[in-house]
Design a binder for this molecule. Structure first.
Ligand SMILES: NC(=O)c1ccc[n+]([C@@H]2O[C@H](COP(=O)([O-])OP(=O)(O)OC[C@H]3O[C@@H](n4cnc5c(N)ncnc54)[C@H](O)[C@@H]3O)[C@@H](O)[C@H]2O)c1
Length: 373
């Protein structure tokens, strides 16, 4: 049995690896985490001790090149994802990578192309696509509950950085502060743009959007100082899909509310579904449905089959949703064949939408998709 287990190397010993990725791998008996790597060796060492992993290293190149590893999991800061994911694919590994794979969708397409060429599976960290409620909603849609989709709304809003003293990461403190930097749209927009693409079942034909900086000065982790940071901490865009549906996306990390703060809604000819993924009063998510004959939305239970082994509605959303993501990735690798949901091709599509909204905002106009390659 031991020999047939998938062997996983994890890059990045930060908070998200600790609370979502590694608990997901450890929960699935079909794999084993053989090493944790962090460029800050003490972090990797402390992480290995805390989570009971056999090896810690600071040398990602050697880890990625090891012939006895099947899967590389990239959970490092966003600007490093592309280099690490490409190196892992070059070395013949299946890759799970946090989003974004790259800030320009063309690079994400390049990584997707390399995976295809080498017959490897990829997966983006689209955590919320795998929540039991979102998966259940999709199964209802597949059975025809919503019918032809008319309108999709996706929100990710919480107050994670409402307090300007909370040290900000993932930003370039040396960037030109006269130009707004994409921030919430990238981090918080991606998962709800992804769910819309999957649920509506069509691409965007055109988008128009705006971004806003509400809190001008913040503590920056890289400098340890309060600084002017002209980042998008709130944004809205409208999208027209190629199948005639329309939708909106709204994100912010300075709007009052709890983690993760996602709400996704689909309204169609036959019915409507609202998934609310906000940890409130000990419950990770709720799902409500309505039909033309019963227009008062009523909450329904999520069937047990959508939960990972041992999972329940009161588990932390981080480990609950990620356990489903990792289970699905292992299923896809074992199955072989074409099935590979939420892969780098989907990641590139989401990134292209983000890049189109950036263009729309900077040029103050509607932008048609696809963008030029
Ligand atoms: N999908 C989601 O819902 C979700 C939620 C939270 C975070 N994230 C993403 O996960 C990623 C990690 O977030 P985090 O909060 O854990 O960050 P973090 O800063 O706490 O940890 C990242 C770690 O990676 C290490 N690192 C940097 N370069 C490396 C390299 N080349 N090789 C190995 N290690 C390296 C850093 O030293 C650091 O310890 C980010 O891209 C973030 O956006 C996604």
């Amino acid at each position: 049995m031991q020999a047939s287990k998938l062997r996983v190397g994890v890059l990045g010993a930060g908070a998200w690896a600790e609370h979502a990725h590694v608990p997901g791998w450890l929960r699935d008996p079909r794999c084993e985490v053989v090493a944790i790597c962090d460029v800050e060796y003490e972090r990797a060492q402390g992480f290995a001790q805390k989570l009971g992993l056999p090896q810690a290293t600071a040398d990602w190149q050697t880890l990625v090149g090891r012939p006895d590893i099947d899967v590389i999991d990239v959970v490092t800061p966003s600007h490093t994802h592309f280099e690490l994911a490409m190196a892992a694919l070059q070395s013949g590994k299946h890759v799970l990578c946090e989003k974004p794979i790259a800030f320009d969708f063309r690079q994400t397409l390049q990584a997707a192309g390399l995976a295809k060429e080498k017959g490897l599976k990829t997966k983006c960290g689209f955590t919320f696509r795998y929540s039991p409620g979102v998966q259940y909603a999709k199964s209802l849609m597949d059975e025809g509950f919503v019918g032809r989709p008319f309108i999709y709304n996706g929100y990710e809003q919480n107050s994670q950085w409402l307090d300007p003293q909370n040290p900000l990461r993932q930003v370039d403190p040396n960037s030109d502060q006269s130009v707004i930097q994409t921030s919430s749209l990238e981090g918080y927009g991606a998962p709800v743009i992804d769910i819309g693409h999957w649920w509506v079942g069509a691409d965007y034909a055109s988008v128009v959007g705006t971004m806003r900086n509400f809190i001008p000065e913040r503590m920056v982790r890289a400098t340890g100082k309060m600084m002017r940071m002209n980042i998008d901490d709130g944004d809205i865009f409208i999208g027209e899909y190629t199948n005639g549906a329309i939708g909106t996306i709204q994100t912010s990390f300075v709007t009052v509310g709890n983690y993760p703060g996602i709400e996704v809604r689909i309204y169609g000819e036959q019915g409507a579904i609202i998934c609310r993924l906000v940890e409130e009063f000990g419950v990770a998510e709720t799902i409500k449905i309505a039909t033309p004959d019963s227009v008062e939305f009523k909450q329904v239970n999520i069937p047990q089959r959508f939960y990972p082994t041992g999972g329940h509605p009161k588990e932390s959303w981080r480990s609950l949703f990620y356990a489903n993501l990792i289970k699905d990735f292992i299923d896809e690798i074992h199955e072989g064949g074409e099935r590979n949901q939420g892969n780098f091709v989907d990641g590139a599509w989401v990134q292209e939408a983000i890049n189109a909204v950036e263009l729309s905002f900077h040029e103050r106009r509607w932008v048609d998709l696809p963008l030029s390659r």
